[in-house]
Design a protein around this ligand. Structure first.
Ligand code: HEM
Length: 210
């Protein structure tokens, strides 16, 4: 009986948190997407630098690659929520409208597929080790597709980011859930750090190869 009550209470708490997180509507969703995008931009820039010197620095791109996974999942969850709300004809999301046609039909699907490809093959390489063969080939191929889609994505959206992020950091500007959105982004970074530290032992075979 008691465990049922406890799980009931935590389910209720999760429900309240989720509804609070979503209480910002389309504005809140765009701000969460943009804030996560900014975090990704910084981490991916560092990842990019370490990839240029991949052999001597090999543990760093692996570490940052794992650190990136929860923020990427958060980004896909926020944009996926918008996608679903639009297609279930949620009034506010229909009024906001879909992304521009090029982004909607080509760049976004390519970016999402390549992102899943790069990270899934990256984790698989960590598990398989240096004898990655075809997985290493898939990792490099999805990275090339990802780089193209990502470059267009950032070029199209970078200008929107400062306004959306500042709006949430300056007490939300009347849109509820600002602190929770910032908290969720911070939590995704803490989860990423935990994952990257926990997986450090798996780097060994790659480091020796390097
Ligand atoms: C792995 C990296 C990323 C992935 C997978 C990703 C994915 C997406 C997707 C699927 C959408 C919705 C479709 C669309 O509007 O085109 C989106 C929207 C957006 N992204 Fe990204 N993105 C990434 C990185 C970034 C970065 C680095 C920035 C910052 C420059 C950014 C800023 C935005 C903005 C501002 C929107 C529109 C938000 C709105 O108006 O609702 N994204 N992203």
């Amino acid at each position: 009986m008691e465990t049922q009550e406890v799980s009931g209470r935590s389910a209720l708490r999760r429900g309240v948190l989720a509804s609070h997180l979503l209480s910002g509507g389309t504005k809140g969703n765009a701000r969460l997407t943009a804030t996560t995008g900014l975090v990704l931009l910084v981490l991916l820039a560092v990842e990019g630098v370490t990839i240029l010197a991949i052999r001597p620095l090999l543990s760093l791109p692996v570490f940052i690659g794992l650190l990136l996974i929860p923020p990427v999942v958060l980004k896909l969850a926020a944009t996926g929520y918008r996608f679903v709300r639009y297609y279930v004809r949620d009034v506010d999301y229909v009024k906001k409208g879909p992304p521009i046609l090029l982004m909607r039909m080509l760049v976004a699907p390519g970016l999402v597929a390549a992102t899943v490809g790069v990270f899934a093959t990256g984790v698989a390489l960590l598990v398989i080790g240096p004898a990655g063969g075809i997985v290493l080939g898939l990792h490099k191929a999805s990275f090339i597709v990802w780089l193209g889609a990502f470059a267009i994505h950032v070029l199209v959206y970078a200008a929107r980011v400062p306004g959306l992020v500042v709006a949430d950091w300056s007490h939300g500007g009347g849109t509820p859930g600002a602190r929770l959105r910032v908290g969720v982004v911070a939590l995704s970074l803490v989860l990423g750090l935990t994952l990257a530290v926990a997986a450090l032992p798996a780097d060994g075979p790659w480091l020796h190869r390097a």
